[in-house]
Design a protein around this ligand. Structure first.
Ligand code: HEC
Ligand code: HEC
Ligand code: HEC
Ligand code: HEC
Length: 499
């Protein structure tokens, strides 16, 4: 093992140490790294801490839509309309706040999005991509056939802790140099004519996170190996760039959406939808810090001194606000107090979150407006059909823009201006959908939409695969009538155990 260089004070000035470990290059077990790297490993174990919250974030994996119950099931800053907005898509069954990397496999196997009531999970193996280093072995052994196979085929083929997100996802075990395990990121870099190994160190320190903390989608089969993950970055990293990209990357045949990539069709407004997933990298990249070259690791892996005064990178990936001293930030903002810095973060987050809630209200109103217009029996505009399609296009766009911020985990901090611009755009697109649906019915539906949307379409507090099997539950919300009641079934899988 090499020596750690210490003594430099500025972030980014330290030269990364070079190691020659005793580990084989194919090692993927986290525990195998413990002996040679006890310092980093000890900080890594702190990812198991799952109690502490910050104002908008933290490590309790509460239900993100539940603003009614206390922790650990709900939280004051939850988003009550999530189940409505994702109705008909597995995300409407269960969606929880993120916690530490050491829980990634366990939380994945417990989530109700994967069908545990059937041998088939209903999702492809691609979902495993961001859960740990087993991907290296699986893709090597199965090649491009791996992706489209059912997710449950691998359920019991790994160890929950030893194979969760860990060392081999970011390091070459024999040298500990930063490296990528992720196929979609490697594909993207190749398409840009870039080679990870040749990139500046600081870019590497961001891209290792960009393997997973990004928006992605699964290829439709006429675009390459079915269900292979891809990043929608050809036009750029902004929500409009991605939205345009998705317009001609799929097999949709619905009128007005021909050739679109589609995640699912919302059953209430019959709209072919997109679901965004945690675009941390894309938000950060042109934000204040991203533009200034301040990377993920600077704030989420700040140097810590160990007992014998060695300086190491913390491998406890969590909110920098948990540290009362805000040390990660004060490496650079040394002239500011911790209180000041925390206040500045909260200032951005409150403004972002307030607009996020408004954006999702308008989005729900847009689905309801198109539902009303589709069922309208009164006199319609001569170009009714066109107007409905245009309204649905605006629903798709408004909700994708909302989700770009909603799914991003910093509540605006990674890019305050872009977050607010994206939410303003979302509100405008969704309102446009409401207006177009009104016009289609010569405003005959408008009186049904006057007033508080929370009264007109209440938030869905409870829904799950089990509940969707219960005809009584399916009478508890007016939107459930657009979903099929599922056949009664018993649970087949409990985490890794076949019942
Ligand atoms: C999500 C990516 C990621 C994972 C997972 C990860 N590391 Fe790191 N590691 C980094 C980054 C980024 C650095 C900083 C490299 C630099 O500054 O050039 C780093 C640095 C290191 C270093 C160099 C010394 C130091 O502290 O900066 C060692 C040793 C190390 N990691 C060990 C480990 C071990 C052991 C594990 C598994 C328990 C692990 N890492 C898991 C991203 C990761
Ligand atoms: C292999 C995929 C992967 C990589 C690489 C990765 N992450 Fe994560 N990250 C996840 C997943 C999945 C979760 C959620 C785990 C859960 O909730 O069980 C997560 C959660 C987090 C959290 C939330 C922790 C909490 O306490 O709530 C932070 C912060 C985070 N990651 C930062 C980073 C940073 C910074 C990097 C790069 C150094 C990185 N991640 C690299 C997949 C990844
Ligand atoms: C300038 C510092 C900074 C940089 C750079 C930065 N973050 Fe963050 N990040 C934060 C702050 C502050 C929060 C909000 C924490 C909170 O609300 O408790 C946050 C939140 C997060 C969260 C949610 C944490 C939680 O508790 O659930 C994740 C995940 C995350 N960042 C990942 C990343 C990734 C990936 C990158 C790089 C692409 C990155 N961050 C770059 C400061 C930073
Ligand atoms: C590696 C250095 C570095 C780190 C670490 C860092 N910052 Fe910054 N920060 C900057 C730079 C550079 C700017 C751009 C403005 C400037 O040049 O002063 C900036 C700007 C800001 C701004 C004003 C712009 C805005 O986006 O609102 C705030 C607030 C801020 N940082 C808070 C934080 C917080 C909170 C953390 C820790 C979570 C943090 N910074 C970590 C370097 C850093």
């Amino acid at each position: 093992m090499g020596l750690l260089l210490s003594g430099c004070t500025d972030v980014g000035e330290l030269t990364p140490p070079v190691y020659k470990t005793k580990l084989p290059a194919e090692e993927i077990r986290n525990s195998a790294f413990k002996e040679e790297f006890p310092l980093q490993y000890n900080t890594y174990l702190r990812n198991d801490e799952t109690q502490v919250m910050t104002e908008y974030n933290g490590s309790v994996n509460y239900n993100k839509h539940n603003n009614v119950d206390p922790l650990p099931e709900g939280y004051k800053h939850a988003q009550p309309y999530l189940k409505n907005l994702w109705l008909g898509y597995p995300f409407s069954y269960e969606y929880r706040s993120a916690r530490g990397h050491t829980y990634a496999v366990e939380d994945f196997l417990k989530i109700d999005r994967i069908n545990r009531y059937d041998e088939k999970g209903g999702l492809p193996n691609t979902c495993w991509n961001c859960k740990g280093p087993k991907m290296l072995e699986w893709v090597k052994a199965q090649g491009e056939d791996f992706w489209a196979k059912d997710v449950n085929t691998m359920r019991d083929q790994l160890d929950i802790k030893d194979h969760t997100i860990g060392c081999a996802n970011c390091h070459a075990p024999d040298t500990m140099e930063l490296r990528l395990y992720s196929v979609p990121l490697q594909d993207y870099l190749k398409s840009q004519g870039k080679d990870f190994a040749q990139l500046p160190r600081n870019e590497k320190r961001a891209l290792v996170c960009g393997q997973c903390h990004v928006e992605y989608y699964f290829l439709d089969k006429s675009f390459g190996p079915a269900k292979k993950p891809k990043f929608p970055w050809d036009n750029g990293f902004n929500p409009g760039d991605m939205f345009t990209y998705y317009q001609n990357q799929g097999e949709c045949q619905v009128k007005g959406f021909e050739g679109n990539f589609v995640d699912w069709t919302h059953p209430v407004s019959k709209t072919p939808m997109l679901k965004a997933q945690h675009p941390e990298y894309e938000n950060w990249v042109n934000g204040t810090h991203g533009a200034a070259g301040v990377v993920c690791a600077d704030c989420h892996m700040a140097y810590v001194r160990t007992d014998d005064k060695k300086k190491i990178s913390s491998h406890w990936w969590t909110s920098p606000l948990k540290d009362p001293e805000m040390r990660a930030c004060r490496q650079c903002h040394s002239d500011k107090t911790p209180e000041f810095l925390k206040e500045r973060v909260l200032f951005t987050q409150k403004k972002t979150f307030d607009q996020l809630l408004i954006a999702q209200d308008v989005s729900v109103k847009a689905h309801e407006a198109v539902r009303l217009a589709l069922e309208y029996t009164g006199e319609k505009a001569p170009n009714y059909e066109d107007l409905i399609i245009q309204a649905q296009q605006m629903i798709r766009k408004g909700q994708f823009f909302w989700d770009y911020v909603s799914a991003e985990n910093s509540v605006g901090f990674h890019n305050p201006a872009k977050a607010l611009d994206t939410l303003a755009s979302s509100q405008q697109y969704s309102q446009k959908a409401v207006d177009l649906a009104g016009e289609a019915t010569r405003f005959g539906i408008s009186k049904n939409l006057a007033g508080d949307i929370k009264q007109i379409v209440p938030p869905i507090l409870k829904h799950s695969r089990k509940l969707q099997q219960d005809p009584e539950h399916m009478k508890t919300h007016q939107w459930f009538k657009y979903l099929p009641v599922l056949p009664a079934a018993n649970q087949v899988w409990d985490v890794q155990k076949r019942l």
